[in-house]
Design a protein around this ligand. Structure first.
Ligand code: GAF
Length: 381
């Protein structure tokens, strides 16, 4: 494997091991995680790979096979100063240190096939791979659920993005052919079968190439708005509110805040409906729920973009069963649930629509629900 050969070249020795953690597509349940609601992501068959070797001193050396990511040299007493791509690695190391793990220096090489800025959790993939690696090598004994919180804390406190537990949960708790149904209040999760090929379906990702970052203002603004609304309504989180209460809630909030709340409340209900439909009928039954989720994000939560709306609309018009933007929004990717035999036509239509609108060419690829984070067993590691 290239990462192992390159590790040997850079550090002059083999790593202690190799770990992989996937990016994710969120099937449905957007911005519901930090509102203690429901989410239904699945891991995609693209991942961050991390080769890592512990050192006997305090030095930390980080390299990436991505030529845009500069090598970083630091030490275990300077973890919280991390910036750029190294924050995802060093942030996790910092959290583990804060939680009492005695951390030696280490050498790390990263290789990722999750596109960054595409709303597919490239950062959580790195955090999850590093968390699993350090926990394994240092005998941390943390469960996967605990590692989810380590990744989230790294993201919140070192990277500076006020995100929830969706992305790390998808990366660490996923399984092949399954989606992860997660209750963000109890933190209980259950794997839900998602066999797209058996229904003659594919999941097409439309990466608009309009980059997004959760440390930017929009994400934090939506989170703050939800928290203010919960306070105003006297509930500990928006999870406590049901669709039947919306009419009564409307009179107590300003119009914009009400629309934010309506997105969260209806999105939670949609997640539950998707889980029920998958069990009763299968993925062919969830298209309309994906479509209404997108409208709710476009009109109520206002986190879509012209490119995402065009992607969704074009896919719908050319035979998708359903489509929606996925992830935090303000750019990134949309997903479209499509009959396999319509894939060629839908791809052509998307490329044409983007060109006609004067937008940059989107990246189009299909994904399958893949395995969660794991240690890859390789000889001599
Ligand atoms: C991003 C965040 F990291 C998640 O926690 C979640 O809030 C998501 O946006 C929106 O559903 O991926």
């Amino acid at each position: 494997m290239r990462i192992l050969q390159e590790f040997q070249k850079i550090f002059g020795t083999a790593p202690d091991g190799l770990w992989q953690a996937p990016g994710r597509v969120n099937l449905i349940g957007e911005h519901t995680d930090y509102n203690k609601g429901f989410v239904l992501p699945f891991a995609i068959d693209r991942q961050a790979s991390v080769a890592l070797r512990l050192r006997t001193d305090q030095r930390i050396l980080l390299h990436s096979l991505d030529s845009r990511a500069e090598a970083v040299q630091t030490s275990v007493d300077r973890l919280a100063e991390a910036t750029g791509w190294s924050a995802y690695v060093l942030g996790v190391a910092w959290v583990l240190q804060q939680e009492g793990l005695s951390l030696p220096g280490f050498e790390l090489l990263l290789d990722s096939t999750v596109p960054s800025g595409a709303g597919l959790s490239s950062s959580a993939a790195i955090e999850s791979a590093v968390a699993l690696a350090l926990n394994d090598l240092l005998g941390g004994g943390l469960s996967r659920e605990e590692l989810v919180l380590v990744g989230q804390r790294a993201e919140n406190e070192v990277v500076g993005a006020p995100t929830g537990i969706l992305d790390q949960s998808a990366s660490l708790l996923a399984a092949e052919g399954k989606a992860v149904f997660l209750d963000c209040l109890s933190r209980e999760s259950r794997l839900v079968p998602l066999d797209l090929p058996a229904s003659g379906l594919s999941m097409l990702v439309i990466d608009t190439k309009v980059s997004h970052a959760h440390a930017d203002g929009g994400y934090a603004d939506r989170r703050a708005s939800c928290e203010r609304a919960a306070e105003q309504l006297g509930v500990s989180s928006l999870r406590e509110l049901g669709v039947e209460q919306l009419t009564q809630i409307e009179t107590r909030l300003d119009q914009e805040t009400f629309r934010r709340v309506r997105h969260i409340v209806t999105e939670n209900a949609r997640v539950l409906k998707v889980v029920a439909s998958l069990a009763e009928t299968g993925p062919e039954a969830i298209g309309e729920l994906l479509n209404s989720s997108h409208l709710s994000m476009r009109d109520d939560f206002e986190i879509s973009s012209a490119e995402l709306d065009l992607a969704v609309q074009t896919a719908q018009q050319h035979g998708a069963l359903g489509a929606r933007m996925t992830g935090g929004g303000f750019g990134g990717s949309a997903i479209a649930l499509i009959p396999q035999h319509r894939e060629v036509g839908i791809r052509q239509a998307l490329l044409q629509a983007f060109a006609d609108a004067g937008f940059g060419e989107p990246d189009l690829f299909t994904v399958l629900p893949g395995p969660g984070a794991q240690r890859i067993i390789v000889p001599n590691c």
